[in-house]
Design a protein around this ligand. Sequence first.
Ligand SMILES: [Zn+2]
Length: 505
Amino acid sequence: MKLPAPHPNELIYSSVARAGVYYGLVSPKQLLDEIFADRKVIATLDLPSHLQSIVLLLNETGKYDLETLVYKHTLFPLYAPFVPEHLRQRAIKRMSGKADGAVHLMLGVVASRIKSVRTFRFCPICMERQLRTHGEYHWQRDWFLPELPVCPKHDCLIETSIYFDEHRHQFLPLNSAYFSMQTSSKFVANDLSLAKAASELLDQPAQQSPTFEQWTHFYHEIATECGCARGKQVDHEKVLSLVCSRFGSLYLENKGLLNQSQSNSFWLRSIFRKHRKSFSFLEHLIVWQTLVPTLSVLDIFIKVRRYAPETVINESQSSVGNAISISDECRAYRQKWEELVLRHGVKQARHQATGGALYAWLYRHDRDWLLAFNEQQKRPFETVNKRVDWHLRDRQLVKDLIRIHLLSEAHPVQQRMSASWLLNQLPHKNSVAKKLHKLPLTQKFLARYTESVTEYQLRRISQFIVESREKHMEIKRWSLFRSVGLSDQRITPDTMKILDSLTYL
Ligand SMILES: [Zn+2]
């Protein structure tokens, strides 16, 4: 069984539902058996688990590892940047197997004031586009932004009254029947601007979560920049009135975001104090759109990550001014380096012309910061997970092998392309040979493209014939044998059969 590859922005839930349609599996239990080999899997839209089964079913595409599925086909990126790094990593791990609700707990979805969407929704304009582009419909993840019932692209969204948790083990596909459910949707301008920002969040690549200290520092700085803070003191009333005038009290009240606004633990106060727990994406977005409306989500992450752990001030230090002071020149270099690294990663950034120069300058003038910052930006799979990601390596090896194979077609090699010859062309050939049992794609490639002795002999023979013809030389069996290095002993019966069928020899 294979799974239809997910469309861009399609939820995993939806791909599974489409598989059911493709294979004509009417019974939900049968679909669960086929996909997960487990009938207890709960059909989850936002943060699904058992993704390792999906990775395996998509193995042949060579495009979907666990991280890709999690970041491109679930709502994970809405939550990940706001929880500490260790939780982000644990959540990804749990999503690969059985989660038992742990993922929702870790990411704070369960305890949050912001509740997940529970009913199906769709955007008819998106659906028309889907049909034109892909010839079929699918559930798009940006239709399921919690508390934001609007399509970020088309200002409209139809909410159905079908609860997906009433179909716990069933994956329902999107089809044209939904078109008839034209209930009125209450679209609000605020929802749209927040939904657009949320979809920017969804587009962020997999990256390490900022620390609570970094968020603390960021919020303190933007409060200061907006004149809502002096020294350590944040004027919470002023912040609240700015947020209310940007979004309107009624809107915030409807979202439950003004509950206990006079309490000391009111979220809008806490977010400007030392962070001790996570805030929801919606709370973050609301403050961003009020205090730093011109910054994109990417800009904001760049700003937050700018506080490398070493330079983040303690709460005991009184104000931002106490942070290690740096020159404007240095700040400019840092900023350029950060942008480059966030876009390309440390390694690639260093290999670019401007990147190399920036790196050299910072290394000379600001080494501690540079090393701390780079360390933090390393991709989780490179650093924290010291174990080899065999699936990733497997894919890379097959790519290398395909390249070698194509090259050998353009420039035929003298030797037989045996499995060991192919492996010898790879970097780390010894470890590959030893670990073949962990590399199913590499194994498959070798099984399929290794040259048999007969294939090798025939390749050499046809090469000889072509060359002789080009030189208008008469082809004699003895000259062929000699030049190709064949003998009566070495020639295989199959090669012999084909040679005998060539009448001119
Ligand atoms: Zn739409």
